[in-house]
Design a protein around this ligand. Structure first.
Ligand code: NIG
Ligand code: FE
Length: 403
């Protein structure tokens, strides 16, 4: 076990309280046993722990490590040609209809091995860590049969014990698209997903189950049995809803006490009220809507009815070609009008809470997952865009591996 250590900075944003980010100017924290053991005024902590090693970062910002609560980070192959087609005017749903999209990634994943999926995922996680990310939710959903969904989940599982990489939260997303061998039979496919889920849950390969509920994906009726079974098995539910159309997923999310609802470009006020009533957070995925040339979700209405926001990258080879949560944060501010506080809480404490993680806040007893930024204030995280401004990134008090 490493020795206790004091880390001081010009400004520590704790993300602990409500809309107030809980900033401590000229603050310090004591890291012991991988946890935050004390946090507060720099001079006081230095005086109280005169013999402890001191790492000083004068003038710069410390925040909790960033938490990316929605990614499809385990994939193989490339859809760069589809991207070029889309930029030339082709439609995402039509590309999928013609056998591309998610099913194109399915073909690549089916050809890959667990080892190659694991290695590609590790490289992505290192790049994410270099951007300040210390926890990543990762979905399956490009296997679309039992063997290949498990392959993706096993690749995630193989990296969960690695303390030099971000913490991982695996999600089973069998209900992502219909594979060609299902020949259009969505209900039959859903029944098979439910059978795979039994074994996936028994083997501890997933903590959450997701389903893509939309006009060109699955209906509430098709998705419901799998998701209900997930809850019976003690797993959480996170749902893709309203990306292209509001087909009623919100009601189901409320019924199942989902941990999050994600996308929400298309959502009625009534549905949003039901979600707010059930205290389900809205995961904003602005890179996806930007890449798809869509209008943002009705953010003002969601805020008015009382929904809380999470911001995530949606990292995937199709709709959200990025690995960067800070880019998603910048877009959430610029394109969606989220405030700096909403963006930062949405990429830390609220994201962590939706994943059942203790991280995302800096307080006594929390894991010492944090970012030392090469920036002086949290409002600088959302601009400029596109380069890493991370000086140090620690998980449980230890530096993460970077590329
Ligand atoms: O969140 N909407 C469905 N799933 C992903 C896209 C996956 C893909 O295009 O490969 C999303 O945008
Ligand atoms: Fe997604």
């Amino acid at each position: 076990m490493s020795q206790p250590k004091l880390l001081s900075a010009g400004r520590i944003v704790t993300c602990e309280d409500g809309v107030d980010l809980g900033a401590i100017d000229d603050g310090a924290l004591l890291i012991d046993g991988g946890l935050v053991a004390a946090i507060g005024d720099r001079e006081q902590l230095l005086a109280a722990h005169p013999d402890v090693e001191h790492e000083a970062h004068p003038g710069v910002l410390v925040t909790p490590g960033l938490i990316d609560a929605h990614t499809h980070a385990v994939w193989a192959g490339s859809r760069a040609s589809e991207y070029a087609m889309r930029m030339a005017g082709a439609d995402y749903e039509q590309i999928a209809e013609a056998g591309g999209g998610i099913v194109a990634s399915m073909r690549a994943v089916r050809e890959a091995t667990v080892t190659s999926l694991r290695d590609d995922l590790e490289a992505r996680l290192r790049r994410m860590a270099s951007l300040g990310v210390t926890t990543v939710e990762v979905k399956s959903g490009y296997g679309l049969d039992e063997e290949n969904e498990r392959k993706q989940l096993e690749a995630i599982g193989a990296l969960r014990s690695r303390d030099d990489l971000p913490a991982l939260v695996p999600t089973f997303l069998g209900m992502h698209a219909l594979p060609p061998e299902a020949q259009g039979d969505k209900l039959g496919y859903a029944t098979r997903c439910k059978q795979w889920l039994e074994r996936i849950a028994a083997d501890g390969l997933a903590e959450y189950v997701d389903a893509y509920i939309d006009r060109s994906a699955f209906s509430v009726v098709e998705a419901r049995p799998v998701l209900e079974r997930a809850r019976e098995l003690g797993l959480g539910v996170r749902l893709h809803i309203g990306q292209f159309a509001d087909v009623g997923g919100a009601k189901l999310a409320a019924l199942l006490q989902a941990a999050s609802v994600d996308h929400l470009e298309h959502i009625s006020e009534q549905a949003a009220e039901a979600l707010a009533e059930a205290a389900i957070p809205a995961v904003m995925l602005p890179v996806a809507s930007f890449s798809l040339n869509q209008a943002p979700p009705p953010v003002e209405m969601l805020r008015r009815v009382g929904m809380r926001f999470i911001v995530a990258s949606d990292a995937n080879p199709g709709s959200a070609p990025t690995e960067s949560l800070p880019l998603a944060m910048a877009f959430a501010a610029r394109l969606y009008g989220l405030s700096v506080d909403e963006v930062l809480l949405g990429a830390t404490r609220r994201a962590a809470a939706s994943l059942g993680s203790e991280a995302g806040v800096l307080r006594v007893g929390a894991p010492a997952d944090l970012v030392v930024w090469d920036l002086s204030h949290e409002r600088e995280i959302i601009q400029p865009w596109g380069s890493s401004r991370v000086r140090r990134v620690l998980r449980s008090g230890r530096p993460l591996s970077r590329p």
